[in-house]
Design a protein. Structure first.
Length: 194
């Protein structure tokens, strides 16, 4: 079974960018969010009644990605992932009222069943950045952003709560506030740490 490394952090912090930069410099299998091709992403952005649909779709996508990546002989990089979608986004959407209590409970049950069937990632890389850096990166993205810069504080709180339950050896924290947005200045160091 291949080693799975996931990238965690608020929207706009650079999870996908870092995963792609690492993948380009080494032999890794990859799984990405696929925000442009997911069937409910744009619907959810325009109409929050599609939030449950979007969450279920992402939970299933991420579980499918993990299963496929685990079968590949190469170590795998995943931007975000099943745990991010539950511990961060499902909680955020529940807090914002996009998911009702029963819908959130359904998300929790689905997440728990999927995670029970799949081993936890071997390493979680938690990216943080200043509020200003996150705002700038979100503003420069050309894609659907259901979570916005104003959600960053809550997402960070939710991620911290979850990450504090993980063993220390499974977690690598990186403050990327002063790192070039392409991550070119930290790739070699990060590769040696992996």
């Amino acid at each position: 079974m291949a080693k799975l490394i996931t990238f965690v952090g608020v929207s706009g912090v650079g999870k996908t960018t870092l995963a792609k930069a690492l993948a380009a410099s080494g032999d890794f299998a990859t799984g990405f969010e696929q925000h442009d091709t997911r069937p409910f992403q744009h619907l959810c952005d325009k109409d929050k009644r599609y939030t449950l649909h979007n969450q279920v779709d992402y939970f299933l996508l991420r579980a499918e990605q993990e299963r496929i990546l685990r079968a590949d002989p190469l170590p795998a990089l995943l931007d975000g992932g099943l745990d991010v979608d539950f511990h961060g986004f499902a909680r955020l959407f529940h807090t914002r009222g996009y998911l009702g209590d029963a819908e959130y409970d359904l998300c929790k049950r689905l997440y728990e069943q999927l995670r029970a069937a799949l081993p936890m990632p071997e390493l979680v890389i938690y990216l943080t950045a200043s509020d200003e850096v996150v705002r700038q990166r979100l503003a420069n993205r050309d894609r659907v952003n259901i979570a916005t810069a104003k959600d960053a504080g809550l997402l960070k709180e939710y991620f911290e709560e979850w990450l504090n339950t993980l063993p220390r050896k499974k977690l690598l924290r990186l403050d990327v506030s002063n790192v070039d947005a392409s991550y070119s200045d930290i790739i070699l160091d990060l590769l040696t740490r992996l």
